[in-house]
Design a protein around this ligand. Structure first.
Ligand code: T46
Length: 147
């Protein structure tokens, strides 16, 4: 159920997951199940909300972590960068649309609506040593050049 979206002129693909909306005329419901509609075991769930206007977040990559981000309310945008190419203006504005962010992808999030609730499912527990917070270091790691 992973939909790979190719952007014109880029090799890098954006990977979306479209969740099936269940329920009936009175309610909408989405069920998230590890290794079924999420391609990894879910060790951690967190959500970002109350983001103040004009705040840009992220500015890091992860060495091993895989995540799926779902804007369950409101909207926000993502920039993703694999160290060779970057794709900007990825809009998340539907509770049934997940953005798969695999390891070694630089991300920034911005344009959060006031009511935005960004739910993130993560493959690992929180580990600060998995973060790469320096963009130049990230590019060097992608290129396999050791310091
Ligand atoms: C990511 C994007 C999409 C914890 O204590 N536990 C956690 O599980 C997380 C995610 C964060 N924190 C602490 C660390 C910081 O003191 O919460 C604070 C805010 O975290 P951070 O500045 O890393 O938040 P964002 O929005 O820049 O990035 C987060 C995730 O950290 C990151 O993995 O991919 O959301």
């Amino acid at each position: 159920c992973i939909i790979q979206k190719l952007i014109q002129g880029k090799k890098m693909k954006i990977k979306f997951i479209n969740f099936e909306i269940k329920g009936d005329e009175r309610v909408s419901l989405i069920a998230i199940e590890e290794l079924k509609n999420i391609p990894f075991e879910i060790k951690r769930v967190y959500y970002i909300f109350n983001t103040k206007p004009n705040v840009r977040r992220g500015f890091h990559a992860h060495k091993n972590l895989k995540q799926v981000a779902i804007c369950v309310k409101g909207s926000c945008k993502f920039l993703l960068d694999n160290g060779k190419e970057r794709i900007d203006e990825i809009v998340l504005n539907k509770p049934n649309k997940g953005l798969l962010i695999e390891e070694m992808i630089w991300r920034e999030m911005y344009d959060f609506s006031e009511d935005c609730v960004l739910l993130v499912l993560a493959s690992e527990f929180y580990d600060e040593s998995d973060y790469i917070r320096d963009y130049e270091e990230f590019v060097r790691m992608v290129e396999g050049v050791k310091k």
